[in-house]
Design a protein around this ligand. Structure first.
Ligand SMILES: Cc1cc2nc3c(=O)[nH]c(=O)nc-3n(C[C@H](O)[C@H](O)[C@H](O)COP(=O)(O)O)c2cc1C
Length: 169
């Protein structure tokens, strides 16, 4: 009887609470950006409704509360497919919370390399997002063997991003 009373009391709270939908969208040539996107998804799957999607799988972004978009860097630029994706989804991205990340090896040139990547590579994505980008990241990629040292880095980045959103809302 006591348990039923508890359940009845909790019903209004569970109905009123909407789970945040996070869409992590990426493209990749050699796989690392997909692995990094899945590490991100794994880090937050217990606290929100997260979907990790290759850009080719995206039908609509309408039902996403937060959209995280990632691209690797080749020859100094994000992939054309990601830039085109941003152009094609301008209307859906407007008024959404958007974060972007790039995967590259610019950090082998130290702080200057990272600063360059933030300005030039991340900048190329930001330019195509309508509205303000709420967070950005430059992630160390790899050419052959996966760089597992980045797992904790990317997982902390996305957890912190969600925490900051919760504080603001
Ligand atoms: C042909 C080639 C060109 C690249 N050009 C750049 C570059 O201009 N700047 C950079 O920082 N990293 C560059 N990289 C490193 C890639 O961004 C890195 O390997 C990344 O992890 C690849 O992502 P992906 O596996 O998702 O395709 C290049 C890698 C290759 C193989």
């Amino acid at each position: 009887m006591e348990m039923i009373r508890h359940i009845i009391l909790l019903i209004p709270f569970s109905i009123g609470r909407k789970e945040m939908k996070v869409c992590i969208v990426y493209d990749t040539k050699r796989g690392s950006t997909g692995i990094i996107a899945s590490w991100m998804g794994e880090a937050i799957k217990d606290v929100c409704d997260v979907r990790v999607m290759h850009i080719g799988e995206v039908n609509t972004l309408k039902d996403c509360d937060l959209i995280v978009i990632g691209s690797p860097i080749y020859y100094e630029r994000p992939l054309k497919s990601v830039l085109e994706f941003l152009e094609q989804h301008q209307d859906e991205l407007r008024n959404k919370k958007v974060a972007v990340f790039v995967v590259c090896i610019a950090e082998i040139f130290g702080h200057a390399g990272k600063a360059y990547a933030e300005k030039r590579y991340v900048g190329a994505l930001i330019k195509r997002v309508p509205g303000k980008v709420i967070e950005t990241a430059v992630i160390k990629g790899w050419i052959r063997k996966p760089n597992f040292s980045q797992k904790v880095v990317v997982q902390n980045w996305i957890k912190e991003l969600l925490k900051n959103l919760e504080i603001k809302s």
